[in-house]
Write a protein that binds this ligand. Structure first.
Ligand SMILES: N[C@@H](CCC(=O)NCCCC(=O)O)C(=O)O
Length: 259
């Protein structure tokens, strides 16, 4: 049995603190979810490609959490031209996280993608994103209420998600229909190779994916599973499964080291 908690690399986003200091940040709810619901040690992976070497990250971490983030994956990453609708970007995060996803899958390390994270997983596997899904025919607005500051309102459950019967997410959470929060403007358009649709909203928006043939937990959700991570039974089930997969990866690594 491994004596240390598994280490989870948590993707950092570049933000400007006090308007002028460039900072790599990860929301505390993400870090708490990793520590409390998954029982792992969270460390922030900086979106700084010159300083976050993929091989070192794979040696250090037993799994990766791809967090939500306001900045969007740059459309050139999936072969589209940049438009105003694509909003703001975080090129450093794109440059670290997108190759990290393929490398972690190759190494059999678990990945959990949340909001921007599911979008990154889809792009890393060759898929595309739509910059503003509410403009697609029949789609609803999945964005948070504008100007709202109250987190109970921002993270309120907004729409049902139908999980694929017999799919991995339905199996993990023990349900085929759940209700989720919703804070995003973009969404999965063309699914990438190996991307398995695990859940859709009633308007057809992709809400959950897994990656075919992944050796361990590789799941992305479009909602914010870090909110109420321990108390919400759906969120809790996902974090526990992610933590268990990271523990398994850590134990195998320890055994390999001892052999
Ligand atoms: N930018 C993408 C992803 C949306 C997302 O992750 N929102 C959460 C941001 C929360 C935060 O700022 O930490 C999109 O708009 O679809």
């Amino acid at each position: 049995m491994t004596r240390r908690r598994p280490v989870i690399g948590v993707s950092g986003s570049m933000i400007m603190a006090e308007g002028s200091y460039a900072v790599q940040a990860a929301g505390m709810r993400n870090l708490e979810a990793v520590a409390e619901a998954a029982d792992c040690l969270p460390i922030i992976v900086p979106g700084m490609p010159d300083h976050a070497e993929i091989g070192e990250l794979l040696e250090l971490c037993d799994g990766f959490l791809l967090t939500g983030g306001r900045a969007n994956v740059h459309p050139s990453r999936y072969g589209h031209a940049e438009t105003e609708k694509h909003g703001s970007f975080d090129h450093g995060r794109d440059a670290v996280v997108l190759p990290l996803i393929g490398a972690a899958l190759e190494a059999g390390l678990p990945i959990f993608g949340v909001c921007r994270g599911i979008q990154e997983m889809n792009v890393a596997l060759g898929g595309t994103l739509h910059p503003e899904i509410r403009e697609l025919p029949g789609r609803m607005n999945h964005r948070m209420p504008p100007g709202e500051k109250n987190h109970e309102v921002i993270f309120r459950k907004r729409h049902p998600v139908r999980l694929t019967p017999g799919g991995e997410v339905a199996r993990l959470v023990g349900a085929e229909e759940i209700v989720t929060n919703s804070l995003h403007g973009q969404g999965v358009d063309e699914p990438g190779a190996r991307v398995v649709i695990e859940g859709v909203a009633e308007d057809g928006t992709v809400e959950a994916i897994s990656i075919a043939d992944a050796r361990r937990f590789a799941i992305g959700v479009q909602w914010h599973a870090e909110y109420d991570a321990c108390a919400d039974p759906v969120h809790c089930a996902l974090w526990r499964a992610f933590g268990a997969a990271a523990r398994d990866a850590a134990i195998r690594r320890e055994r390999r080291g001892a052999a």
